[in-house]
Design a protein around this ligand. Structure first.
Ligand SMILES: O=C(O)c1ccccc1N[C@@H]1O[C@H](COP(=O)(O)O)[C@@H](O)[C@H]1O
Length: 212
């Protein structure tokens, strides 16, 4: 199966179209207000209005309430919920039951123990996304920081998983080769400045990931 590719933190119809043209399988809409990639309810509705079923729309939430998820889920016509905060297994179960959509739980990795903790989500999430643990006080993702991919050898769970954190057009093929991941996710790696996506970088990232 070809590698799955998620381009995250999209804020314009043009960069969404560029991601689809480049062969991305997923786009991410960021609903975390402090993020430079944050989209409001009205922007989310507007930028997805012309998209069909050719790509999956993932909503990124950080410790969000049900009400907040609900309003953005409708606006963005989301297919998948990505929980990128400190959501417990019970909270993941609750979100999945309430909204009936696949849930991706993000695990922030610094040590092998962070990877083995994934087992806690085995019965409640649909997919795991391993990302870098960011410094205290920083955004929980989208910082362009990578982690030691070798730590993923500690993962022996059954849930499918993907890789995020500091992936770029230059390193994504090596990341796929080293980890064997079937899904790669990038945000700042295809930007010229925080929140400013570049269509050429999106194309280069997708090409490198597709050909890896
Ligand atoms: O991108 C953000 O601003 C962000 C904010 C809060 C939570 C997650 C965020 N982004 C996610 O982080 C990973 C990795 O990003 P990067 O490639 O290292 O920039 C990705 O899944 C984004 O969805």
């Amino acid at each position: 199966m070809p590698n799955q590719i998620k381009i995250c933190g999209l804020t314009t119809p043009e960069t969404i179209a560029a991601s689809i043209d480049a062969g991305a399988t997923h786009i991410g809409l960021n609903f975390y207000p402090p993020s430079p990639r944050f989209v409001s309810v009205s922007t989310a509705a507007q930028i997805v209005s012309n998209i069909g079923n050719e790509i999956s729309k993932v909503g990124v939430f950080v410790d969000a309430t049900d009400g907040f998820i609900e309003q953005n889920l409708r606006a963005g016509a989301l297919d998948i919920l990505q929980l990128h905060g400190k959501e417990t297994p019970d909270r993941v179960r609750e979100v999945k039951a309430k909204f009936g959509l696949p849930v991706w739980k993000v695990l922030s990795v610094e040590t092998a123990e962070d990877v083995t903790k994934a087992v806690r989500y085995a019965d409640v999430a649909d997919f795991l996304l391993f990302d870098t643990k960011t410094p205290k006080g920083a955004l929980p993702g989208g910082m362009g920081l990578g982690f030691d991919w070798g730590l993923l050898e500690a993962y022996d769970g059954a849930l499918p998983w993907g890789l995020a954190g500091g992936l770029t057009p230059e390193n994504v093929a090596e990341a796929i080769r080293q980890t064997g991941t079937t899904l790669v996710d990038t945000s700042s790696g295809v930007e010229t400045a925080p929140g400013i996506k570049d269509v050429d970088l999106i194309a280069a990232f997708c090409k490198a990931a597709r050909e890896a």
